[in-house]
Design a protein around this ligand. Structure first.
Ligand SMILES: Cc1cc2nc3c(=O)[nH]c(=O)nc-3n(C[C@H](O)[C@H](O)[C@H](O)COP(=O)(O)OP(=O)(O)OC[C@H]3O[C@@H](n4cnc5c(N)ncnc54)[C@H](O)[C@@H]3O)c2cc1C
Length: 304
C-alpha cells in the first residue's frame, strides 16, 4: 500500500485529474459552512476509471460533491472530495431529441432552459432545483410536480475498481429522494433521459413554478435545501416545524428560515456546531410533541 504522500504523486500525474491539497471547500456547498480538505477535479471518465482503483487499493476514502446543494461538509474533511467537471457542448441543446445522454456534472438549469425552449413534457418536475444532474439522480430530486427518476432510462457509473457499468432503470430504481442502484463507492458519470412529448403549456408551467418557488423558499440565502425528509406525503416537515413555532430559531449565525421551516439559513460564519445544535432541538421537539422521528434529507458524510 502506498503512503498518502506517494499516492498524491500518482494522482497528480493522472491526465485530466487536478489535485488540490488543503483546499478551502466552503464554496463547494450552497450552505457554505467553513470546510477544508483535499480535492480532486476530474475532467474525464477515463481519468475517473484510473483514479478510483488507485484510491480504493490504497484504502483512501472519497466522497463526490456535485453542486453541494444537499450536502454538508465537516470543518475538516478527511475523505478526499471528488468533483466532476466533464466537457459538454451546450450547442447540442439547440435541437430537440427523443433521447439524450448527459454528463453527471451538467447543471439541471441547462435542462430546464431546454425544456422551456421546446416545451418538453415531464421535465417540469425538476424546475428550480439547484443541482448537478448526477446529484439530482442520486437524490431522485423532485418537486410537487414529480421526481426526476421518471425521466431517466439509463445511468452509467464508474465502480471503485474502475469498471464502467450501465444500469437500466426500472420501476424499482427510485423511491422518495432515494436511488436503489448506486452501490458503495460508485460514481454516476452519464445519464440517459427521455421526455413525454411536447406541450406548449410546459414553458408557462415552468415559469409559473419558478415564481412560486421564489415566493415560498429562501432561494437567495446560503442554505442546503430541505434539511429533513417529509415524514410522509401528507405531513410536510416544514409545516410541522412551523406549527411548533420553530421558524426563526437562531443559534450563532444559523437560523431556521422565517420563510420556510425546513430550510436553515447561514447568515454568515455559521458553523457545524450551530447546525448540529438546531438539528438536535428540532428532532427532540418533533419526537416530544408529535412522536415523529425526523430523518435528515441533507447528506452528511459523518455522524452528527
Ligand atoms: C435553495 C435550494 C432549493 C432546493 N430545492 C429542492 C427541491 O425542490 N427538491 C429537491 O429534491 N431538492 C432540492 N434541493 C436540494 C438539492 O438541490 C438536491 O438534493 C440536488 O439533487 C442535489 O444535487 P447536487 O448536485 O447539489 O448534489 P450534492 O448535494 O453535491 O450531493 C448530494 C448527494 O449525491 C451524491 N452525488 C452527487 N453527485 C454524484 C455522482 N455523480 N455520483 C454519485 N453520487 C453523487 C453526493 O455524494 C451526496 O450524497 C434544494 C437545495 C437548495 C439549496
Amino acid at each position: 500500500m502506498l503512503s498518502y504522500s506517494e499516492l498524491k504523486k500518482y494522482i497528480s500525474a493522472l491526465e485530466d485529474c487536478e489535485f488540490f491539497e488543503d483546499k478551502d471547500l466552503t464554496s463547494f456547498t450552497t450552505f457554505k459552512l467553513a470546510s477544508t480538505g483535499d480535492l480532486i477535479e476530474v475532467k474525464s471518465v477515463e481519468a475517473l476509471q484510473k483514479l478510483l482503483p488507485l484510491l480504493s487499493q490504497n484504502q483512501k476514502e472519497y466522497l463526490v460533491v456535485g453542486w453541494g446543494a444537499n450536502q454538508i461538509l465537516p470543518p475538516v474533511c478527511d475523505k478526499i472530495i471528488i468533483h466532476l467537471d466533464f466537457p459538454f457542448d451546450l450547442n447540442s441543446l439547440s435541437d430537440i431529441k427523443n433521447e439524450y445522454e448527459f454528463p453527471a456534472s451538467l447543471g439541471l438549469n441547462h435542462l430546464t432552459a431546454h425544456a422551456v425552449k421546446f416545451g418538453l413534457k415531464g421535465w417540469e418536475v425538476f424546475t428550480g432545483i439547484p443541482a448537478s444532474l448526477g446529484g439530482a439522480v442520486y437524490m431522485n430530486a423532485g418537486t410537487n410536480l414529480g421526481e426526476i427518476g421518471k425521466m431517466v432510462t439509463k445511468v452509467k457509473l464508474v465502480t471503485p475498481n474502475g469498471i464502467l457499468r450501465e444500469e437500466v432503470i426500472n420501476g424499482k430504481s427510485f423511491s422518495y429522494r432515494h436511488n436503489h442502484f448506486v452501490k458503495s463507492g460508485e460514481i454516476i458519470v452519464f445519464i440517459t433521459m427521455i421526455h413525454a412529448g411536447v406541450d406548449e403549456g410546459i414553458s408557462v408551467k415552468i415559469k409559473q413554478y419558478l415564481e412560486y418557488r421564489k415566493k415560498s423558499q429562501p432561494l437567495t440565502t446560503k442554505n442546503c435545501g430541505c434539511v429533513f425528509k417529509n415524514p410522509n406525503k401528507e405531513l410536510q416537515a416544514g409545516r410541522l416545524i412551523d406549527l411548533l413555532g420553530l421558524k426563526g430559531l437562531q443559534i450563532g449565525n444559523l437560523r431556521v428560515s422565517p420563510k420556510h421551516g425546513n430550510f436553515m439559513e447561514n447568515l454568515g460564519g455559521a458553523n457545524w456546531d450551530h447546525f448540529k445544535a438546531i438539528v438536535d432541538i428540532i428532532q427532540y421537539e418533533m419526537d416530544h410533541f408529535y412522536g415523529i422521528e425526523f430523518e435528515l434529507e441533507v447528506k452528511i458524510p459523518y455522524h452528527l
